[in-house]
Design a protein around this ligand. Structure first.
Ligand code: ZN
Length: 247
């Protein structure tokens, strides 16, 4: 993405994703991290600056990083080290994953903490993720080495775009910021339904696999650019209520 206009738009879109994540309580303190690739090979990418609350992030202050240059960790604008190790490795190894979102959002993380849990095909929103979720059941502390990012990249194999990180949180990858944010939003919505339904202790009315697969295909083939429309609406709200995200 050498085109300055595309680079500028990537900054605005990623800043909007941070602001919306804070609005929807999907953030955590000054932690968690989102990135978007700038180069075709994913080697150059935007990432949030260390220590900044999602609700205050501006487009102009996003870091431009080179995934092949670990010296970035030494500079005055060094990124959060766990963010670096995850996003640099994922962008290099999964160039199709243009946008990478990592959060500890509560309902999805709660499900990530259940033993041997697999995401339930429990409601229509859940079906959107049919067959696309990978699971990391080997939590081993914070990602402070490149090897952790490499391990995570291997788990996000072909056809997988969501990683449930056991005892930790979630990673969502997508071709655009709009699609990634829409995924994050619907994942947390579906996870909330599952947490609520599980909390009743009543038997669950699970959707049969063939129906879940059909609903997933229907989500994919829906005759509108749903993710883009959703994200554009969110940006219009931000334009009215907190337009400084674009600056
Ligand atoms: Zn994390």
């Amino acid at each position: 993405m050498t085109d300055p206009l595309l680079h500028h738009q990537a900054r605005i879109d990623l800043a909007a994703a941070f602001r919306c994540a804070a609005r929807f309580d999907m953030h955590e303190s000054i932690a968690n991290h989102f990135s978007v690739a700038l180069s075709d090979d994913g080697g150059r990418f935007l990432l949030n600056p260390v220590g900044r609350h999602f609700a205050r992030i501006r487009a102009s202050e996003l870091l431009v990083l080179d995934a092949t240059n670990p010296a970035a960790l030494q500079g005055p604008d060094a990124p959060d080290p766990t963010a670096w190790h995850l996003h640099a490795e994922l962008h290099q190894r999964l160039p199709h994953a243009r946008c990478i979102l990592h959060t500890h959002m509560a309902n999805t993380t709660a499900l990530c903490c259940l033993q041997d849990f697999e995401f339930l095909m429990l409601d229509q929103n859940a079906c959107r993720f049919y067959g696309r979720i990978a699971y990391d059941r080997d939590y081993s502390g914070m990602a402070l080495e490149a090897s952790e990012g490499q391990r995570v990249a291997r788990l996000l194999g072909p056809g997988k775009s969501v990683l449930f990180m056991g005892n930790h949180g979630v990673i969502v990858v997508a071709p655009t910021v709009a699609q990634a944010f829409d995924e994050l939003y619907y994942l947390e919505k579906a996870a909330k339904v599952q947490v609520l339904a599980l909390s009743t202790g009543r038997p669950l009315a699970l959707i049969p696999d063939p129906v879940a697969a059909l609903a997933c295909a229907q989500w994919n083939d829906y005759p509108t650019r749903f993710s883009e429309q959703h994200f554009n609406e969110l940006k219009l709200i931000l334009d009215q209520e907190e337009p400084d995200y674009k600056t």
